[in-house]
Design a protein around this ligand. Structure first.
Ligand SMILES: NC(=O)C1=CN([C@@H]2O[C@H](COP(=O)(O)OP(=O)(O)OC[C@H]3O[C@@H](n4cnc5c(N)ncnc54)[C@H](OP(=O)(O)O)[C@@H]3O)[C@@H](O)[C@H]2O)[C@@H](O)CC1
Ligand SMILES: Nc1ncnc2c1ncn2[C@@H]1O[C@H](COP(=O)(O)OP(=O)(O)O)[C@@H](O)[C@H]1O
Ligand SMILES: [K+]
Length: 524
């Protein structure tokens, strides 16, 4: 199904507003509850919802199929199969040759699936069309598409035989697969593969995006993800607190332009202080400072141990340098605390602590004191995060004084939170619970990037492949961009989302200018 519109790409191309509800990412329990409320409280029968889901999906498929094409529907027993039967009926009437393979037999369908199976066979009788119902797997070559209606949100245990075998055969067939709601075998809440999973070219999600299509193995198995809307009242969706980042470039960049009246002087036109650097790690804070400066702030400073000099910052002479200590000081130590705090107090702004700061014992003590005693918005990045292991109480106290955003990569998040294996759903849980327990906003790097703000009770995931940024130095750039956006908004989640979205668009702009592998310096 090449060419079906990925709604995430679509929104990024549109650059216009998007319905907030279309960005929500639901778990299986949330989907079920929203279904239940719509059916029981609103009074819209499940059968009607299924008809709408199937007809929206059939319309999407008709954009790519022409009468005479052949489609194989591989189905389970639940409502996911019911959706497939609706689609098969509508496409048969459109002129498609349909074959059905109910992998677990034709007994014991859910009520709505049974009704739609019966209607499909009735339609065949009425219209004189032949619909093959397979008893066993057959050679599918000759089919133009396979529709996966085996499992939707109803699966929570390992896929058993014979289904796992059939999924393997579907994946090896070389025929494009369109998954309904979620690729069969992917867990809706975690994106983990339950033994084996369908690898689809396209996934049509119904009513709400499914969290599992955006975490773990989900993105690889789902392919292009599309949302087909269902008439669930928005009021019922309020329990869903995780959403995709909004990819609107114009709104993001507009944030950088605060009202001119407030820009009377460089020190009230956005100030960022970058505190970092140690022997061998001088490029990192320079990148961070330059990434902040490039976003149009009034003043950016680089506070570094006086013992290192770097040519890198001299390329941007406007960045103000504050060497801490004397010429023989190559690391930050507790001796520098008062001097650095004075600088932060004199010119209030957003501080970033950590890029290239190193893990020297004295430096860790220095970081803890700066975190404890500084007052404005603070970004804690890279090695400065290491000083927080076991220091949740310190962070909680600090978060009460002003917004704090932590930017751990997966290893740093694990060290910080002392949690599990570190797959995406672990990262999601860890980011939320650490943020909730400390009050700090957590921007957990990885793919996807996960942002949770305890204050705003929001969780945001990147909808694009963020592995493009897995090159040395992009973490430093992100920290600088983030600080710049935080100087323009008091909402840490908005600033975090904006920095991520800004980076994505900037990347694409550089690629479109003919540079296939942008590097950090292209962002400064
Ligand atoms: N209601 C609505 O409003 C709407 C719902 N919609 C659609 O409904 C879908 C959810 O449907 P669902 O809840 O019926 O579950 P579904 O995913 O089809 O499968 C469950 C079946 O699989 C079986 N099974 C489970 N695990 C298994 C395993 N490991 N190995 C083998 N079997 C296993 C399980 O059997 P059991 O194990 O319980 O005996 C049960 O029979 C949703 O994704 C969307 O597509 C749309 O139409 C929009 C409107
Ligand atoms: N604009 C962006 N959008 C999404 N992710 C980003 C962006 N910029 C940076 N990242 C994330 O930051 C990671 C790089 O940070 P990190 O590993 O700390 O690198 P480094 O310390 O070498 O700069 C990337 O792998 C990606 O997860
Ligand atoms: K499916």
């Amino acid at each position: 199904m090449p060419g079906l519109t990925d709604h995430t790409r679509y929104t990024s191309m549109q650059n216009s507003g998007i319905n907030h509800y279309d960005l929500l990412l639901a778990t299986a329990a949330q989907s079920r509850e929203i279904d239940r409320l719509t059916i029981e409280e609103l009074g819209l029968p499940g059968e009607t919802l299924m008809e709408i889901a199937g007809s929206r999906a059939a319309d999407l498929l008709k954009e790519k199929l022409i009468p005479g094409d052949s489609v194989l529907f591989v189905c389970g027993k639940g409502n996911n199969a019911g959706d497939a039967f609706v689609i098969a009926r509508l496409l048969t009437d459109y002129g498609i040759h349909a074959a059905i393979y109910p992998v677990m037999g034709t007994d014991g369908f859910s009520d709505d699936a049974q009704k739609n199976y019966d209607r499909l066979l009735k339609l065949a009788g009425i219209s004189g069309k032949k619909i093959a119902v397979w008893q066993d797997w057959q050679d599918p070559s000759g089919f133009d598409l396979i529709v996966d209606g085996i499992f939707g949100t109803g699966i929570d245990k390992e896929v058993r035989q014979p289904v796992s075998d059939i999924i393997g055969k579907m994946n090896r067939s070389g025929i494009p697969v369109c998954a309904l709601d979620i690729p069969s075998g992917i867990h809706c809440d975690t994106g983990r593969t339950l033994g084996t999973a369908v690898r689809a070219e396209t996934t049509i999600q119904f009513g709400l995006n499914k969290l599992g299509c955006y975490l773990g193995d989900g993105p690889d198995c789902a392919g292009t993800r599309v949302l087909a809307s269902l008439p669930f009242p928005n009021r019922y969706k309020h329990s869903v607190s995780v959403r995709l980042a909004e990819m609107n470039r114009e709104a993001t960049e507009a944030l950088l332009h605060t009202p001119p009246s407030r820009r009377s002087h460089k020190y009230n036109n956005g100030v960022v202080h970058v505190i970092g650097g140690s022997p061998g790690l001088t490029g990192a804070p320079a990148y961070t400072a330059r990434a902040a400066w490039t976003l149009g702030l009034g003043a950016v400073s680089l506070i570094h141990p006086a013992g290192w000099q770097t040519a890198a910052t001299l390329e941007t002479p406007s960045i103000i340098r504050y060497p801490a200590g004397g010429d023989t000081d190559h690391h930050f130590t507790p001796d520098h605390i008062e001097q650095v705090l004075n600088t932060l107090r004199e010119k209030p702004g957003v501080a970033v602590i950590g890029p290239g700061i190193g893990r020297n014992e004295g430096t860790m003590a220095f970081c803890r004191e700066i975190i404890r005693r500084s007052e404005g918005p603070l970004v804690i990045d890279a090695d400065a995060l290491r000083c927080l292991a076991g220091a949740g109480a310190l962070l909680k106290e600090r978060s009460e004084k002003g917004p704090v955003v932590l930017t751990p990569h997966p290893g740093e998040l694990k060290a910080l939170t002392d949690t599990g294996s570190g797959d995406d759903s672990d990262r999601l849980r860890a980011a939320i619970s650490y943020s909730e327990s400390t009050g700090a906003t957590v921007l957990a790097k990885g793919n996807p990037v996960i942002v949770h703000s305890a204050e705003e009770k929001k969780t945001i995931l990147t909808p694009y492949d963020s592995t493009i940024f897995a090159r040395a130095g992009f973490g430093d750039i992100l920290a600088g961009n983030l600080a710049a956006f935080l100087s323009r908004t008091s909402q840490p989640s908005r600033g975090s989302e904006a920095a991520l979205v800004y980076g994505y668009h900037k990347w694409n702009e550089i690629v479109s200018r003919g540079k296939p592998f942008p590097e950090p310096s292209d962002f400064t």
